[in-house]
Ligand binder design. Structure first.
Ligand SMILES: [Zn+2]
Length: 431
């Protein structure tokens, strides 16, 4: 090639890239400003967030969210469960919407990123598309869910999984869900009417902070979520005989603390003996009667196991149960085991969406890792009715649900760009 042609060729290549590739990106300054503004609603003296669902801070923050949605060109509605829904029409109204979103409520003294990143990120995506004059074929729906931290209330309502009894549960604001939903402008009596069914949405996506330390410690940009783990709980009671700690000789005791202590170690050993990313925890121990000068008569402890596969959870559990039984019988101690219903099933991300998230992230030059979500999210409920995908960004030191929760402005913009490009690619493929 002659030298004179070279600059021309470069120009052509650049032009081709600009026209072909989605060379658009979100406005990271604007996104960060909206996050900071949102965090001002309910900021407490510790620097934490007291924006629990249904509080005055939550209600004021929701007004701010609606204003942002309107500015981004969305049509806003609040459904009977209090979910805020922003719609942007697609070119083809016969297609089902691509939905995405998160929550803005926090745990008491929580952080500024768990929920808000995905909420503000979703609105920023629509704002950017509107600004650049890009209209997708599918309608778009941004959903800001009601009371995620209090039991994924809004998303459960949306998929028809919120019972009447659940509405009577008192939330951390002091209001029942029923009262709280009314405060948000919902109508709890009519919740059954808003149920969406399988096929009503083309897909659901959620951008979220990881809340764990995988991405941060490995210095990776984007987490491609494989799914949200199932959780199972049990209560183990080791039953001995309470007696005087001073007058009962060592060889005449029936002390349930001994097998219970060995049990804690056994749980850790058994859980570690399996390959994979499952976790098992003894998180609560109670001694009865619970006095320094009494040999306990009973030790109660909880066991929790989480994994993407329910079968694997039960396989690990069966080994733990075996070990507990042999520890108890070796010390001539009784054992009582109760399975506690938490009704948490694994929610797997859609394989095609996972592949799109990964390839779009890599196209943008980001490093990725596939990983399960150990925490619950609205996406786990939405997976019951739509192909689901989740995008994680790093959490500093893996801290969450605390004032120290932090993600960088750059990571937030990166995650939001991956969300936007995933939506655009899904818009092309889901036809
Ligand atoms: Zn969250």
């Amino acid at each position: 090639m002659t030298k004179s042609l070279f600059p021309f060729l470069i120009l052509l290549i650049t032009l081709a890239f600009t026209c072909y590739g989605q060379e658009i990106s979100v406005n990271s300054d604007r996104l960060h400003e909206s996050l900071m503004k949102l965090s001002s609603y309910g900021k407490n003296a510790n620097g934490g967030s007291d924006r629990q669902a249904y509080t005055k801070h939550d209600i004021e923050a929701r007004a701010y969210v609606k204003a942002l949605m309107e500015d981004a060109g969305m049509q806003i509605s609040v459904d009977f469960a209090g979910n805020i829904i922003g719609r942007k029409a697609g070119k083809n109204p016969s297609l089902k919407p691509i939905a995405f979103g998160s929550h803005i409520d926090e745990v008491p003294n929580g952080g500024d990123y768990d929920g808000p990143v995905g909420s503000m990120g979703s609105i920023e995506v629509v704002k950017t598309l509107s600004e650049k004059g890009i209209q997708t074929d599918h309608p778009l729906e941004v959903i800001i869910f009601t009371n995620e931290e209090g039991g994924v209330v809004g998303s459960r309502a949306l998929v028809g999984a919120l019972s009447k009894e659940a509405l009577q549960v008192v939330s951390s604001s002091g209001f029942t869900q029923y009262e709280g939903i009314k405060l948000l402008g919902g109508n709890p009596d009519r919740i059954p009417e808003l149920k969406r069914n399988v096929g009503d949405l083309a897909a659901f996506l959620e951008l979220h902070i990881e809340q764990g330390g995988n991405l941060y410690s490995e210095k990776l940009d984007i987490g491609v979520v494989e799914g949200i783990v199932a959780i199972e709980w049990w209560e183990f009671s080791f039953l001995g005989k309470a007696n005087h700690a001073g007058t009962t000789p060592m060889n005449m005791r029936k002390d349930p603390m001994l097998p219970a202590a060995k049990f804690v170690l056994a749980v850790n050993e058994i859980v570690n003996s399996y390959e994979g990313r499952h976790v098992g925890t003894v998180g609560k121990i109670q001694a009865f009667p619970g006095a320094g000068n009494v040999i306990p008569g009973e030790i109660k402890m909880t066991l929790e196991i989480r994994d993407l596969s329910s079968e694997k959870i039960w396989e690990i559990y069966s080994q733990i149960e075996k070990s507990a039984k042999s520890l108890a019988s070796a010390s001539e101690i009784g054992l009582d085991i109760k399975h506690i219903e938490v009704a948490s099933k694994p929610a797997l991300a859609d394989p095609m969406i996972r592949e799109i998230i990964k390839s779009q992230a890599e196209k943008l030059g980001f490093t990725t890792k596939s990983l399960p979500s150990g925490a619950g999210h609205d996406a786990q409920e939405m997976a019951r009715i739509a192909p689901m995908g989740m995008i994680f960004i790093p959490s500093k030191d893996g801290i969450s649900h605390a004032p120290e929760e932090f993600s960088t402005k750059e990571d937030i913009a990166n995650g939001t760009n991956v969300l936007m490009n995933t939506i655009l690619e899904l818009d092309k493929r889901l036809k």
